[in-house]
Design a protein around this ligand. Structure first.
Ligand SMILES: [Zn+2]
Length: 895
């Protein structure tokens, strides 16, 4: 007798915390839903378990309203009747940083364990595509299976495994492999995560329901274990489910229907798992589809959110945590509660409907406040650490100079750094408690200064005078202390800031250099590069070492967009306006020994929005792919100011652009033509430089082939390359014209949310001041590209500088808290302290397919750890080998 097939019914509700309703409206419904769940669990012992959507934050949200339910919830979790974790929130994997993806798992798993249970499934039900390193991250955390709703095309049982193409699977089960070779069981919701919703109790209805549903299940099942998800988006609890399961068992004696959980389902599946399963590798981005359902253009919906996210993520993971770790390695306590609060507040903006910018306006208004909350809190942590460190640093080496203003520049990255840094210096300060003489402050001379380091190397400076400035101290043991200062900002180029450390400098009187980088009309030059600004506002960039000239960089392109927050859809006229044939006004606005900047202004005119027909198409809910509106005939003024900066020794050009968006229903991009000949390009993703094809697959019908990026995109061959780094610009496209071009999306302005109805979103038009920043890094191609990637990563992480005084101290004048040796194919990710062990955690990713070494110069004990900070092998030689594409966490035990 053949074994009965088992149908695992898992109850859940997919809880988008905010989406087509503002947060508090969904929150209100959540309270009702969890009330209903607790009631059902208490009254029906046969209602075995409920999957709480893989995100522990739901419990915090509920308890905020009903704190007295804590004990009851804990009891149900400990009994396995509510399944929680492993995530804190259901993030968008591509639009949150590598560390944010890891922290989401760390906080989620820690919370789940505190509650007394853990659902061991990498749960990505609604992710808009899946990152390639997810299997490695999950496996390191002890999770062997992942479930997802998008990214792979299910082809069904008529197709044999061998016929399945890349990113296709005949079964809902498969092996999903990271670039390093780590594998987890991949479970695709081939019939979506609502495939067992609202199961009838009535026999006749149940028969009809099951006939169809069992057929759908068997079409994709590779084993006798089948999965049905009883629930959907914000679905109320099916309170009579146990009765419905009883009815099903009576009607279909050949099947066994059980009220199950992911832990039970995965265990049964693994027992039967066949070797026939398809192996899918790396990123799952619906590569083998028509391209209309990927939701990829959420990467450019409400760009302001992505920019704020990049800023706060960087402050937290790349500045605040390393600085607090420096303090910890010196003499200070590491305050985990503060970081937990800042991270959780930030991560509340990371759910897929939130960071993707695909909700109604109220949702995103609240996100702006949350970003600011996390930012302000993090800034206070940074100030505290900086003050603590600075007060301990010995600056007595500068005591012979007069006047002298010593200051410290911190490098919170793991590579030695040379770059232009700014520091605020008060040339004089008068406290109100002692009386303020404004005239005397005003009379202070701001000219004739240079910077020196402890070896007496001299650095030319550019000084900006702020005049008289009111400010105050907030001492920890005293009342606030207001003062008036004569303040300047000093810009200079630091050289060789030690990795994970700092260097002390001093501003002293000295002869100012007259050097300039401007060598002709609209021309700048340093040791490495020549920038020629053309009359249309674009520029040519010559790499002096290779002789390669990248011509016509930074042309703007604008097209109509009649899609929605999820997807871009060009207007039917398909007209692309560009600045190629415009004339720009060009002005030199900064010319110092440190840097030179040209301001390029385009007085452009663009269609004011889409034609009126779009309004009808939206109201009548015409699906976006079926719309055929044009752009409006009326044009309005659209002015773009572009600041193009070359610094004294840089191998890159920095661009900062301001404009007021006066136009609706459009997409603005900046174009970089290259002479590169390649079929592939590289895009920075989560712990991975994804190698992606320049051309979509044959099935791809969408004329647009936009993609996600984190820090940069790079188009290169063996001889040359162009890498464009960004701050919060997550979308690009590689254009295949007579030349291959990189297009970076600066803004996408649309008027509706999209998806299951008509939801107007006037604020998604972004009709206000915009500012974008990016860095253009030419390089020599081949392995040289990795050096450009390090420069790109540095672009996002500014140095932190702070004025101090002449003093002796317990910390040396310059110092590296953790000395490292590594090559540029390793990418530094984080430095923090583990809450569980108190050990210092240092994380890197190997960007190369080849194995790689990291050497730590430390007397402290080191060990190999993982993404959830457990201890594995001791590293006796202080040298670790990373296999190709490995994510490595090293634990360092302080004395
Ligand atoms: Zn969702």
């Amino acid at each position: 007798m053949s074994k009965k097939k088992t149908i695992h019914i898992i109850s859940h509700t997919h809880w988008d915390r905010e989406w087509y309703l503002p947060y508090e409206k969904h929150h209100y419904l959540l309270v009702q839903t969890i009330d209903q769940l607790l009631d059902t669990l208490a009254t029906d012992p046969n209602f075995k378990s409920f999957h709480l959507d893989g995100q522990t934050i739901i419990l915090e949200d509920y308890l905020q309203v009903r704190p007295e339910k804590r004990e009851q919830i804990k009891m149900f979790i400990e009994a396995g009747r509510i399944q929680v974790g492993p995530w804190y929130i259901l993030q968008d994997e591509f639009l949150t940083s590598s560390e944010a993806n890891v922290r989401n798992l760390q906080y989620g798993m820690r919370d789940a364990r505190k509650w007394g249970g853990l659902s061991k499934i990498g749960y990505f039900p609604d992710s808009f595509g899946n990152i390639g390193q997810a299997p490695q991250i999950l496996k390191q955390a002890g999770i062997r299976a992942a479930a997802f709703g998008r990214g792979v095309k299910p082809t069904g049982f008529n197709n044999a495994v061998i016929d399945a193409d890349e990113y296709e699977s005949p079964y809902s089960e498969m092996k999903w492999q990271s670039p390093d070779g780590t594998e987890v069981t991949g479970i695709l919701f081939a019939n979506w995560y609502c495939n067992g919703n609202e199961i009838p109790v009535d026999e006749e209805k149940a028969r009809k329901y099951w006939k169809q549903h069992i057929e759908n299940l068997e079409k994709f099942a590779s084993t006798s274990q089948m999965l049905m998800l009883n629930g959907c988006d914000h679905q109320p609890i099916q309170t009579n489910l146990s009765e419905a399961i009883e009815v099903a068992n009576q009607l279909y004696p050949d099947y066994q229907f059980i009220h199950s959980s992911f832990n039970e389902y995965v265990e049964s599946l693994e027992k039967e798992s066949s070797s026939e399963l398809k192996v899918v590798k790396g990123e799952l981005r619906s590569q083998k589809t028509d391209g209309w359902g990927t939701l990829v253009n959420t990467a450019s919906s409400r760009v302001y959110l992505k920019q704020m996210n990049q800023k706060v993520q960087t402050l937290l993971e790349k500045i605040a945590e390393p600085l607090a770790t420096f303090c910890y390695l010196h003499d200070e306590h590491y305050d985990h509660d503060l970081f937990s609060y800042a991270w959780k507040t930030l991560m509340q903006n990371h759910p897929h409907d939130s960071i993707c910018g695909c909700s109604v306006d109220e949702v995103h208004d609240e996100m702006v406040t949350r970003f600011k909350k996390s930012e302000h809190f993090t800034e206070m942590m940074i100030n505290q650490s900086v003050e603590h460190l600075v007060s301990a640093i010995d600056t007595s080496v500068f005591k012979h100079e007069e006047p002298v203003y010593p200051f410290v520049v911190f490098n919170t990255t793991a590579t030695n750094k040379t770059e232009v840094t700014e520091v605020i210096i008060d040339l004089a300060r008068q406290y109100y408690r002692d009386g303020v003489n404004k005239k005397a402050l005003q009379a202070i001379d701001c000219e004739g200064y240079i910077v020196i380091d402890e070896a007496n190397n001299k650095y030319p400076v550019a000084i900006k005078d702020h005049g008289l400035v009111f400010d105050y101290d907030l001492p920890l043991n005293q009342f606030r202390q207001p003062y008036m200062a004569r303040r300047v900002t000093v810009r200079f180029e630091t050289r060789d800031l030690p990795e994970l450390g700092y260097k002390t400098f001093a501003l002293i009187k000295g002869e100012t250099s007259n050097n300039t980088l401007v060598i002709g009309k609209q021309r700048m030059e340093n040791k490495h590069l020549i920038v020629d600004i053309l009359d249309n506002g674009s520029f040519n960039l010559t790499d002096k070492q290779s002789g390669h000239c990248h011509e016509g960089l930074n042309v703007y392109e604008d097209t109509g967009d009649i899609g929605n927050e999820y997807m871009y859809k060009a207007t039917s006229d398909c007209i692309a306006c560009t600045t190629e044939n415009e004339t720009a006004s060009i002005e030199l606005i900064d010319d110092t020994p440190v840097s030179a900047t040209y301001k390029v202004t385009h007085h452009w005119s663009l269609p004011e929005g889409a034609a009126d027909t779009l309004d009808h198409e939206q109201r009548e809910w015409v699906w976006f792919t079926k719309r055929d509106s044009d752009r409006a005939l009326k044009e309005v003024a659209f002015t773009i100011e572009t600041m193009i900066t070359l610094t004294s020794t840089s191998k890159y050009v920095d661009v900062k652009t301001n404009y007021n968006n006066t136009v609706k229903d459009h997409r603005l991009r900046v174009l970089f033509p290259t002479k590169v000949k390649a079929n592939y390009h590289y895009s920075d993703s989560v712990f991975e430089i994804a190698k992606r094809s320049n051309k979509p697959s044959e099935q791809w019908e969408n004329p647009d082939y936009s993609q996600h990026q984190q820090v940069f995109v790079d188009l290169s061959d063996e001889n040359q390359g162009l890498c464009i780094a960004n701050k919060g610009l997550n979308e690009y496209e590689i254009l295949q014209e007579e030349q291959q071009k990189i297009a970076i999306t600066l803004l996408r302005a649309v008027g509706e949310m999209g998806d299951w109805g008509y939801f107007p979103t006037p604020k998604a038009q972004c009709l206000d001041e915009q500012m974008v920043e990016y860095r253009i890094i030419p390089h020599g191609g081949g392995k040289e590209r990795f050096k450009a990637y390090q420069t790109a990563y540095q672009f996002q992480v500014p140095s932190v500088a702070k004025e101090t005084k002449i003093q002796t101290g317990t910390l040396p004048t310059s110092h590296s808290f953790i000395q490292l040796r590594q090559n540029e194919t390793l990418s530094y990710s984080s430095l923090k302290v583990s809450e569980e062990t108190g050990d210092v955690m240092l994380r890197f990713a190997n960007l190369d397919e080849k194995s790689n070494k990291l050497t730590l110069n430390t007397a402290l004990d080191c060990y190999r750890s993982d993404v959830i900070e457990r201890q594995h092998d001791l590293l006796v030689t202080k040298q670790v080998e990373l296999v190709g594409f490995e994510i490595l966490t090293v634990g360092i035990r302080p004395k």
